[in-house]
Design a protein around this ligand. Sequence first.
Ligand code: G1P
Length: 290
Amino acid sequence: MTASVKTAVLPIAGVGTRFLPATKSVPKEMLPIVDKPLVQYAVDEAIAAGITDFVFVVGDHNREILESYFGAVPALEKILEDRGKTKELEAVHGTYKSITSINFVKQDKPLGLGHAVWCAREFISDNHFAVMLPDDLVKGTPGCLSEMVEVFNKFGGNVVAVEDILREHTNKYGILDVLDDDGQIATAKGLVEKPNPDDAPSTLSVIGRYILSPEVLKHLELGQKGAGGEIQLTDAIAATIGKVDFRGFRFSGKRFDCGSKAGFVAANVAFALDHGDIAKGIHGTLKSLI
Ligand code: G1P
C-alpha cells in the first residue's frame, strides 16, 4: 500500500492523574493492555496504516522512558539471543524496527490538545498528517487509521473517526454539526468541543483519530483559547471548514477509553479474551466471577 499519510503525531504529555499511584513512576501510556503498553497499540495501528514517521509530544515526566522504550536494548537483546528466545526477541525488535523516524518534542505547559499538536509543527511537512490519542484504543481489523486512510485517499480533506453516543455524554467530546450522513460517512459543517447536551448539534462524537490538513496548524498558530480555557484542536479543525472538507467516519472496530479506569480494565479483558495463550483461562475465570 502506498500511504498518502506518512506522519503521525501522538500527544502524550499528560501526567495520568487518574492512574496514580501507578503513574508515579510508569507513564500512563506505558501501562500494559495484556502484554503491550498502550502506546504500542497506537503505533502498531499507525504502521499498519502506512505511517513511517512518528512525533511524540511528551512531558519531562515521560520523555526518557518513552525514548528508551522505542530504542534498542542491547543488553536485553543479548540475553534473549543467548537463550534462543526468538519470539521474545521479535517482540522487542517490533518496538522500533519498522519505524523510519521517531522524534520527541516537549510540550512545556498543558495548554490543550491543539497546543500539543502545534508543538509538533517542525516535523509536519506540507502533507496531511495523522493525530492519534493512544488513550483511545480501537480494537479491530483493519485498524481504525487504515480505514481512515482509505476514506482520505478517496475524498481528501480532514477526516476524523466518529461514533454515535448518548446525548447526555456530548460534554465529553468534540461533536459534529452534520450536513449530510450516509450512515458511515458524515459530512460536517461544524465541530464543537464538549457542548452541553442541550446545545449539541448532533450526537456524533470524535474519537482520538484524525487525518488533518496542515491548514489546521495555521489556526493553531494563533493560539486562541476555547472550551475549558485550552487551545483546542477541535476549534482549529472547525476554522478550516469551508476551505478544507470535513468528514466523520464511523470506524468498524470497538473503542475503549483507556483514559478511564473502567475503559482500561475493559480493554484488558477484551484483548485477553482474544489472546491465544490465555483466552480460554480468562473466559473461565470471568464466568466464575460473574
Ligand atoms: C479530546 C478532544 C475531543 C475528542 C476526545 C476523544 O478530548 O478534545 O474533541 O472528542 O479527545 O477522546 P479529551 O479526551 O482530551 O478531553
